[in-house]
Design a binder for this molecule. Structure first.
Ligand SMILES: Cc1cc2nc3c(=O)[nH]c(=O)nc-3n(C[C@H](O)[C@H](O)[C@H](O)COP(=O)(O)OP(=O)(O)OC[C@H]3O[C@@H](n4cnc5c(N)ncnc54)[C@H](O)[C@@H]3O)c2cc1C
Ligand code: FES
Length: 273
């Protein structure tokens, strides 16, 4: 379900460097925090020189506060890491749709790559509350880039970790490790596009439902610029906004990741287009 987003002045209340180049910032923002659902994100207007709003997933949410977990990539994330204590920020959210949950008693496997862990604190909390048996497989390039493990374990999740260089957990990719587990009733994924594509192909071939939270470069985050589209099965309910002529021969539509997603069923995405 897509919620109507709010515009709120959120106050920075905590800042923690959780790993080299990775930050967790806490905000007091009662309306957004209370409405946050798994896979929701916010769009942040940074003070200073103009830039388009920065989209970041909501990591944790409790009562009046939520946190963001992010990696310093470039200009906007560096500016966010440095904002002054108690600085109010103009934040729009919650944005995007949300993961759907399987029935009680089912088994879920979550596959996350690096900072792709972000949508899963809220999801794990929901899954465990719904008595869905949940395993998180979290992969990263090295131990210095593994974030979020303690917070997920604190929720009671079974978290398996792996790294490309073997510096923490099993030396494997997150998908290779997930493949070694008994096939679940549902997969969830978030992370780099090659991981999402491989997970989708694996789940589709095995006939296992799989929801992925996708990330594209966003412009407006509001559904108006069409800068974030992905090719999707023609006639998909998530492509209803795409304006196409009825006699077009094309076999696919486009969906906007920012408002039609970010969550899609893996079988809907046309990776070869
Ligand atoms: C819906 C959504 C949710 C997101 N949630 C999170 C989140 O929770 N945590 C988080 O850390 N990021 C998240 N991102 C990514 C984030 O919005 C920024 O795109 C990213 O952090 C870079 O921002 P920047 O302006 O600092 O860097 P830019 O100035 O845009 O880029 C700096 C450099 O980093 C490279 N770069 C930028 N983004 C990436 C990337 N994703 N992978 C590899 N290289 C990249 C660019 O090519 C460039 O060379 C999310 C993106 C979307 C669309
Ligand atoms: S970022 Fe503008 S339509 Fe999605």
């Amino acid at each position: 379900m897509v919620s109507t987003p709010l515009l709120e002045a959120a106050e920075l209340i905590s800042r923690e460097r959780v790993a080299p180049g990775f930050w967790c910032l806490g905000f007091r923002s009662p309306e957004i925090a209370r409405r946050a659902r798994p896979a929701h994100y916010v769009a942040i207007d940074l003070p200073g020189t103009f830039s388009v709003r920065l989209p970041l997933g909501i990591w944790t949410a409790r009562d009046d506060t939520f946190t963001l977990l992010f990696r310093e990539w470039g200009e906007r994330t560096t500016r966010l890491a440095c904002i002054a204590d108690h600085e109010p920020l103009s934040i729009i959210g919650p944005l995007g749709n949300e993961f759907s949950l399987p029935d009680t008693g089912k088994r879920a496997v979550i596959v996350a790559g690096g900072i792709g862990v972000v949508p899963f604190w809220l999801l794990v909390r929901e899954l465990l509350a719904a008595k869905v048996r949940t395993t998180v497989v979290l992969g990263a390039r090295s131990k210095h880039m593994l974030v979020g493990v303690d917070e997920l374990r604190a929720l009671g999740a079974d978290v398996k970790i792996c790294t490309d260089d073997g510096s923490a957990g099993t030396r494997a990719t997150a998908l290779d490790l997930a493949r070694e587990l008994a096939p679940p009733d549902v997969f969830y994924g978030c992370g780099p596009p090659p991981l999402l594509r491989a997970l989708s192909e694996h789940a589709n071939a095995a006939g296992i439902p799989c929801q992925i939270s996708m990330e594209e470069t966003f412009g407006c985050s509001m559904g108006t610029c069409w800068g974030c589209v992905v090719p999707i099965r023609r006639g998909s309910p998530q492509a209803v906004g795409y304006p196409h002529a009825s006699d077009e021969k094309r076999e696919y539509d486009f969906a906007r990741v920012c408002v039609d997603g970010t969550v899609f069923w893996s079988r809907e995405i046309l990776w070869n287009r």
